[in-house]
Unconditional design. Structure first.
Length: 161
């Protein structure tokens, strides 16, 4: 990616600082093919164009809403080949939204379960002498709390069999 005439260029440290990422992140983005390889100066330093600033902002915001680097790489590749990946981008966003809604539902259920457990613990603490052990942590062994990520791991293990 050669810098265009009249456009500002950035060395990796400058670009990383400007965007709040590390140099390693920039190199990782290059390896994952979401950020085009920059031109090199005579001394071997990377030189990024102004376009890299916008690309990295897009990447960071897309990652924040759940897109993966592999998904972004496919989208950017399609675009660079002259394709219009808009429908696939929208489809991915719809999928991310559905996953987020499911996660919120699971988190609300977990919140309810944890609230109930805390209330049980409060009751238990009121019924024992001051300073006596209540063994609250031990009650997790019999608690009906099942965090979403534990259920998902169990589901994945079943699918692997």
């Amino acid at each position: 990616m050669a810098p265009s005439a009249g456009k500002r260029t950035f060395r990796s440290g400058e670009l990383a600082k400007l965007l709040g990422v590390s140099r390693d992140t920039l190199r990782h983005y290059e390896r994952k093919r979401v950020l085009p390889r920059p031109s090199r100066l005579a001394n071997g330093y990377r030189e990024y164009s102004e376009d890299a600033v916008e690309r990295i902002r897009v990447i960071r915001r897309a990652l924040a809403v759940g897109f993966t680097l592999d998904e972004l790489a496919r989208i950017f590749q399609n675009r660079s080949e002259g394709g219009t990946p808009c429908k696939s981008v929208r489809h991915l966003a719809i999928t991310k939204l559905a996953q987020l809604r499911q996660r919120i539902k699971e988190m609300r259920a977990l919140e309810s379960q944890l609230q109930k457990l805390v209330e049980e613990w409060d009751s238990k603490l009121r019924s024992i002498p001051q300073g006596a052990p209540a063994h609250l942590l031990d009650s997790f062994a019999s608690a009906s709390i099942s965090p979403p990520h534990i259920r998902n791991i169990t589901t994945l293990k079943r699918k692997e069999r």
